[in-house]
Ligand binder design. Structure first.
Ligand code: NAG
Ligand code: NAG
Ligand code: NAG
Ligand code: NAG
Ligand code: NAG
Ligand code: NAG
Ligand code: NAG
Ligand code: NAG
Ligand code: NAG
Length: 457
């Protein structure tokens, strides 16, 4: 009693004054057992008072859900138990069932949600930690049976991990709510992609919707707004054997900050501004239309602009279907204008000259990068020698990236960020570039690489 009262006095003076006794609304413990359960509207408070577990109704509904909430004024649920089975009255209970599972019961004492761990014992308890993790432990041996951090809803909290072992079934996913008033599982999910260079994805019904770009050891290089964040909080462990783990741990513990996958498919980092007593946005994935995966189709490039069409073809490519492009449907993408020499098996003449690479600056690199252990000087040469290699990029922290097949989800950043991307084009494209374009290009021969400065001054 005293501990709880003291904590309430220290951190929640308002609540304390309003409610007087922690037993009315706050239980005096952070633990649920078979005999120590919570009933709507009771709330369990974590030891350091950062989080509470209890019943809530989202905006514009009277449905009741059990969730882990930030212990701040606006109801902010970071995890929901009975997402798909709301209670329609306020007679719900959260307790430990006879089989040792953490359960949510309705008025009729029917189970509407269960932690559902098959190896549960009859003596277990659930504790809400100050990190926001709700942990079910076996009291006989202290073993963790289940935890909310391993079963996330739509929020990625500090000290949470998301991992992939290359096996899609094992990827931990965030899943969006259906709408701001309906926590049931919506269209969008987010997690790490098990490709050979780790990237974060948002999927729309399983199809790519947003992509972070590759991890360079410090940040995801396709999200320029993350660069401006002094410490973005992310760290990633890649054992290069198919197991990748992403951690989120912002340096400042007193900052209330988390990442939410909202019901529109946007990943948003929100932090609590104590002064204005409201959430503010640190960064978000979908800042403009170009952030939507594959907006401009294969071999297209997206540049956000309010006046001009956002899509264009990569240099050396042209619209596959001009009619559709003019109607603003870019999804068909682009096709190569002039065949590469390496595809023509060495015809002679002007067209027999070697293919080259055009340098595109401040780019979000395409999806499906293949990693090569080539050093910087050899990255381009290695790509040049293999006709399947359509583009390459070298970036410190990642090394040599090469692309074959289709170049998709390529963006040109205007403001900042991005990397240099070299794309393979026929020699005649290089010549055209020299005559027509202001861009700088690179011509690469088998023996050595050298720059032709294409800039007309
Ligand atoms: C709660 O926190 C206090 C100090 O912060 C600590 O002394 C106490 O042991 C904690 N209680 C439990 C149940 O862990
Ligand atoms: C709740 O409903 C009001 C009125 O229809 C609407 O303005 C508001 O945006 C809704 N809030 C949410 C979170 O859906
Ligand atoms: C509430 O839900 C229970 C069972 O889930 C059902 O029996 C009852 O009719 C519902 N009440 C209303 C008012 O919908
Ligand atoms: C518990 O798990 C079993 C098997 O995995 C599943 O069929 C069942 O629907 C789950 N029950 C609940 C309440 O989630
Ligand atoms: C559950 O386990 C704890 C720790 O071993 C023990 O103190 C307690 O008596 C047990 N409760 C029951 C009901 O077996
Ligand atoms: C941590 O955040 C708090 C509140 O936002 C701020 O007052 C404090 O200076 C920060 N500490 C550090 C080391 O940045
Ligand atoms: C856009 O173009 C693609 C292929 O080019 C086509 O499959 C799709 O139906 C078009 N969408 C619309 C809305 O016209
Ligand atoms: C070039 O040669 C390869 C294999 O030697 C063959 O598969 C391909 O069809 C040839 N391409 C052309 C355009 O002749
Ligand atoms: C050329 O690149 C393709 C695609 O990356 C790869 O499958 C193939 O093994 C490479 N060929 C050689 C000779 O390295």
């Amino acid at each position: 009693m005293t501990l709880c009262a003291n904590l309430v006095l220290l951190f929640q003076p308002l609540v304390f004054i309003l409610l007087g006794f922690c037993s009315e609304s706050y239980t005096c413990t952070d633990t649920i057992t078979a005999t120590q359960f919570i009933k709507d509207p009771q709330t369990l408070l974590s030891n350091g008072t950062n989080f509470k577990l209890g019943f809530f109704s989202p905006a514009n509904t009277t449905n009741r859900y059990v969730g882990i909430l930030y212990n701040i004024p606006p109801t902010t649920a970071v995890w929901v138990a009975n997402r798909d089975k709301p209670l329609n009255d306020s007679f719900g209970t959260v307790t430990i069932s006879k089989d040792g599972n953490l359960v949510v019961l309705n008025r009729q004492k029917q189970i509407v949600w269960s932690s559902n761990v098959s190896d549960s014992t009859s003596n277990s308890s659930a504790r809400l930690l100050d990190t926001g993790n709700l942990v079910l432990v076996d009291n006989n041996n202290g073993r963790t049976l289940w935890e909310s951090f391993e079963n996330p809803s739509d929020s990625f909290l500090q000290k949470m991990k998301i991992s992939t072992s290359g096996n899609e079934a094992e990827i931990d996913l965030l899943t969006s709510w259906k709408s701001p008033s309906d926590p049931s599982i919506g269209r969008f999910s987010s997690g790490l992609d098990p490709q050979n260079i780790p990237q974060v994805f948002v999927w729309d019904n399983g199809k790519p919707y947003w992509r972070s770009g590759p991890w360079n050891g410090q940040t995801f290089i396709g999200v320029p707004s993350l660069d401006s964040v002094y410490l973005n909080g992310f760290s990633l462990v890649d054992d290069r054997e198919g197991s990748v783990t992403l951690l989120y741990n912002y340096a400042n513990d007193s900052t209330i900050i988390y990442i939410e996958l909202d019901s529109e498919g946007d990943l948003i980092e929100k932090y609590w501004n104590h002064e204005v007593q409201d959430w503010e946005i640190g960064w978000s994935a979908l800042e403009d239309e170009c952030d939507v995966y594959g907006k401009c189709g294969p071999f297209g490039s997206c540049t956000y602009s309010q006046d001009l069409p956002i899509c264009s073809c990569l240099k050396g490519f042209e619209q596959k279907d001009i009619g559709e492009w003019e109607r603003g449907n870019w999804s068909g993408g682009c096709v190569r204008m002039r065949e590469l020499k390496c595809e023509r098996n060495g015809t002679v003449g002007e067209e027999g000259k070697e293919d080259g690479f055009l340098k595109l600056t401040t780019m979000k690199v395409p999806d499906f990068a293949e990693w090569s252990d080539a050093v910087e000087e050899n990255c381009g040469k290695e790509c040049f020698r293999n006709c399947s290699c359509l583009a390459y990029s070298f970036y410190s922290g990642i090394g040599c990236m090469q692309w074959s097949g289709t170049l998709i989800d390529t963006n040109k950043f205007l403001k900042s960020g991005g990397v240099d991307l070299y794309i393979r084009v026929a020699y005649s494209e290089l010549s055209n570039m020299q005559l027509l374009s202001l861009s700088r290009c690179i011509y690469l021969s088998l023996e050595h690489a050298f720059n032709i400065d294409c800039k007309l001054s």
